[in-house]
Design a protein around this ligand. Structure first.
Ligand SMILES: [Fe+2]
Ligand SMILES: [Fe+2]
Length: 475
């Protein structure tokens, strides 16, 4: 029952053929999506056959099938985790009631906004990454890029299905608009800031998939708690794919760090100029990339205090990360949460109503989770016998959203004045010169088993294939 039928025009496990009007509407959207993919999807490798993982079932075990797929033949579909007939709303003012299979009228506008905002990030990241195939450091990495891109494309399908199925004409218009906005476009930008930044090189790509796909994980986890059951079920299935995206980021940065450390040891130097001259990325530059991507990503969680967040929670639309594992009353009235703000040039902590601080709660959960990988990157440096350590900047550093948007804060959490900021900015954030250097290292490596000089090979291949497997075949 949970097996996906790929002989249908739109593979799905939602009985699409049982709803002809919906099927027709989605079949009408499909060519527009394919047109968008042809224009904005991965560049320069249209005919390649890529060793991809494809969903063949939504059951917990064994849903994935691996094979070479010609990119033009790739099939996007609609997959939801199976329904649980007993499922109840487990937070907010509707706690204990049966979950909704249809959108309650009073929550329609908010649910539509949540789904559109999530849906918008999916094509945005593909647009941001579309040039990277031209400079892939190996076939293994090129394959991972495509895997992520096709899955983000499917995540767009997931949100478009919800819009078409549950939001009538407005939903269809929103689904069309998802193909019309463009990342970084001055007139029609994507909705959220981080998704309008460029992802110009592979270090930026690995940082993006480590940090920004992890934001995706936390948003999806919060939506997987939703009282609107179709949203909960579709985001649950999306989460199974998100884990791989974060793995690509974590292992990618780790391999860059590993290669740099190897060269530093060979040369017996920690001088960034000498490290760069050897064609690898010096550790301070990696830190500056990290600082940029961390700050831009934590902005995605929104304002520290937000009445929308309180509304979404109270209405049962969006829960907290691992809502079910928390042992409070899941209504949160009368509870407080510590948020930070700048008073008289210092960062101080203040307790505010937790319901209004749920963006900050999710941001702090994200920060705790993202620190882990940085510890593992430092292990690589430590193992090489080097003293340098990567660090997570203070959460007030370089923020554009929330209470820290209008203050200058150093990575160590000191509030600084404009002059000090200007003097140190290029030591704290990747500069144009850093990016130009990293860009100078990027070049396409497409011989099986070969890797660009600036990155170490992975410890193992994909799906137990050897590292020198032909993950991508150019036809
Ligand atoms: Fe996604
Ligand atoms: Fe992702």
């Amino acid at each position: 029952m949970n097996t996906i039928n790929y002989s249908e025009k739109i593979p799905n496990n939602v009985n699409l053929s049982g709803d002809r009007a919906l099927q027709r509407a989605l079949e009408h959207w499909q060519p527009n999506f394919l047109q968008w993919w042809a224009e904005m999807g991965p560049e320069g490798t249209r005919d390649a056959s890529v060793y991809l993982r494809t969903a063949v079932s939504v059951d917990a075990g064994g849903w994935a099938h691996f094979d070479h797929v010609r990119m033009p033949d790739y099939r996007w579909g609609i997959f939801l985790t199976p329904a649980d007939a007993e499922r109840r709303i487990h937070f907010g003012e509707h706690l204990g009631e049966a979950v909704w299979q249809d959108v309650p009228g009073e929550h329609r506008a908010n649910l539509r906004r949540i789904i559109v905002t999530q849906g918008d990030t999916e094509p945005a990241s593909i647009e941001q990454q579309r040039h990277l195939g031209l400079t892939a450091p190996s076939l293994y990495d090129l394959r991972n890029l495509f895997q992520i891109n096709v899955e983000e494309g499917r995540h767009l399908w997931a949100m478009v299905y919800l819009l078409h199925r549950h939001f009538g004409r407005d939903g269809r218009e929103e689904a069309d608009a998802l193909l019309q906005r463009r990342s970084g476009d001055a007139d029609h930008p994507r909705i959220l800031g981080a998704f309008n930044e460029r992802t110009p090189d592979w270090l930026a790509f690995f940082m993006f998939t480590y940090f920004t796909d992890r934001d995706g994980k936390f948003q999806l986890c919060a939506l997987a708690e939703s009282g609107f059951d179709p949203l909960a079920r579709t985001t649950k299935f999306m989460l199974t794919e998100e884990a791989h995206h974060m793995f690509v980021g974590e292992s990618g940065v780790s391999r860059v760090v590993q290669r740099t450390c190897q060269v530093m040891k060979e040369l017996g130097t920690d001088d960034p100029a000498r490290v760069r001259a050897a064609g690898v990325i010096d550790l301070p530059t990696i830190q500056r990339y990290l600082n940029f991507h961390f700050a831009v990503t934590i902005d995605l969680f929104g304002a520290d205090q937000s009445s929308n967040a309180a509304t979404f929670y109270g209405a049962g639309l969006k829960g907290r990360f691992e809502e079910g594992k928390r042992d409070d009353d899941h209504r949160l009235h009368g509870l407080t949460y510590a948020v930070q703000e700048v008073v008289d040039g210092r960062i101080v902590t203040r307790d505010v109503p937790m319901l209004n601080a749920l963006n900050e709660v999710l941001r702090d959960d994200f920060i705790r989770d993202s620190v882990g990988g940085i510890g593992r990157w430092n292990k690589v440096i430590e193992k090489a016998g080097l003293a340098f350590r990567l660090t997570v900047p203070h959460k007030a550093f370089n923020r554009k959203i929330g209470t820290f948007a209008n203050v200058r804060v150093a990575p160590d959490g000191r509030v600084v004045n404009e002059a000090e900021w200007a003097a140190h900015q290029s030591a704290w954030l990747a500069s144009a010169e850093d990016r130009a250097f990293v860009a100078s290292l990027m070049g396409r490596v497409i011989a099986p088993g070969q890797f660009a000089n600036w990155i170490a090979p992975p410890a193992m291949g994909v799906n137990k294939q050897p590292v020198d497997f032909d993950y991508v075949r150019f036809n």
